[in-house]
Design a binder for this molecule. Structure first.
Ligand code: AMP
Length: 397
């Protein structure tokens, strides 16, 4: 079967066409600047030349049509007919408290995605537009919604409740949801298999460290806690997001800089994190280079990032009363061996021992702990598109 995976953002749309038996990517690409000037499609078919088309894309519907046209094009296409696509899997940011699993889209599902617009104001509307554009272009082809919040739905109230008046939970569903769920589920599942852990009760911590960063704790593959919250702003220090801060900081900046709450939130989302501390970059490669050249703020940003990850790992070990495996993933988790090593140096008290040579490896499933380490520490590359294709296949086959 061939599954088209769609990740629609507010002005972009990423896609992959995956052959589910071989799990090979037949084509992938990106529509950029949808609804803006200078929109373009970059289409990379397997075994063929990359194809770039600059053409106005006023709506996501136009973008979806361009993607489908590219997939069946005589020159740079990879399938003969749109009907060769058996199903479409959509990444949907927020499923609120309604969905703890992926689901085949129908009117009820679309209503939930819509009801969750206030919880995911940038992504959910784009996700729904992407679904409806595919429904229009591919009538009869099943559409599946894979929610980024689904994995976090197994958390207990003690983990997801904020200590604010309960009426806000009742009125507005304000609670911790967690994001990157598709990645956390995929990586924790792989960690259980790779680490030959006991499927029913193993305790796993996944550190998804990329430009967006989050961490999860799961027991027997079920999430018990995760660092992102009502929105992806909570938790670890990220590329441009602050992660945890005292909420009073919002009021303090707003009052002193004469800014609205929305404007301060924008700063916390887009101008903070390691970029905010360093003033150099949100990219860890730039930060490491700057730190090596003696830039103190870049060094503080790296140290603060590492320290925060280590603190979260410690708190999740306490929450689960132990840990069997820790898995690193995401652009930093998979590639930045120095950051990985420094995080693990905080964890010696758990009896963790790192093999420095193995830790230098990049981008593949590997143990970085020594055989006598008390906890298995590993690198597990994430693959959210493949995870979405698998979930889609499970629902439609
Ligand atoms: P992601 O959002 O998962 O794509 O991750 C992006 C982050 O991964 C950026 O901060 C990159 O600097 C970082 N990254 C990617 N490759 C490397 C590498 N080889 N060494 C260090 N950091 C890397």
């Amino acid at each position: 079967m061939k599954v088209l995976v769609i990740n629609a953002g507010s002005s972009s749309l990423k896609y992959q066409l995956i052959e589910t038996e071989s799990e090979k990517v037949l084509a992938k690409g990106l529509c950029e600047r949808i609804g803006l000037e200078g929109s373009k499609l970059t289409h990379s078919p397997e075994g063929k030349e990359k194809y770039v088309e600059e053409k106005p894309m006023p709506t996501h519907k136009t973008a979806v049509q361009m993607v489908l046209d590219a997939l069946v094009d005589e020159e740079h296409g990879v399938i003969a007919d749109i009907n060769d696509i058996s199903a479409v899997g959509h990444r949907v940011l927020h499923g609120g408290q309604y969905y703890s699993d992926s689901v085949v889209v129908n009117d009820d599902v679309k209503k939930v995605i819509k009801d969750c617009f206030p919880l995911g104001p940038l992504h959910n509307p784009a996700n729904l537009i992407g679904i409806e554009a595919c429904e229009d272009a591919m009538a009869g082809t099943p559409q599946v919604a894979v929610f980024d919040t689904a994995f976090g739905q197994s958390m207990e109230p003690k983990a997801y409740m904020y200590a604010i008046p309960y009426k806000y939970y009742e009125k507005y569903s304000i609670r911790k949801y967690g994001f990157h769920g598709t990645s956390h589920k995929f990586v924790s599942g792989r960690a259980i298999k790779f680490g030959e852990l006991d499927n029913s009760n193993c305790k796993v911590i996944v550190c998804h460290l990329g430009n967006g960063a989050s961490i999860s704790a799961s027991v027997g593959g079920k999430c018990v806690d995760t660092s992102m919250g009502l929105t992806p702003l909570e938790g670890l220090i990220m590329g441009t997001r602050s992660g945890d801060i005292d909420p009073a900081v919002v009021q303090y900046i707003a009052n002193n800089e004469n800014l609205s709450v929305d404007e301060v939130l924008n700063i916390l989302n887009k101008e903070s994190g390691v970029l905010g501390i360093s003033g150099v970059s949100s990219d860890f490669r730039d930060l490491s280079a700057a730190a090596q050249e003696g830039n103190k703020r870049a060094q503080i940003a790296l140290d603060a990032f590492i320290y925060r990850v280590a603190k979260y790992v410690g708190s999740y070990v306490a929450a689960m009363n132990g840990v069997d495996a820790i898995a690193f993933t995401g652009g930093i988790g998979e590639n930045d061996c120095d950051t990985r090593y420094k995080i693990c140096q905080y964890l010696g008290y758990l009896g963790i021992k790192i093999d420095e040579e193995k830790n230098k490896e990049r981008g593949k499933e590997i143990y970085i702990s020594t055989p006598d380490s008390n906890v298995k520490v590993m690198v597990i590359p994430t693959n959210e598109e493949l995870a979405i294709a698998r979930e889609t296949l499970d629902l439609v086959k």
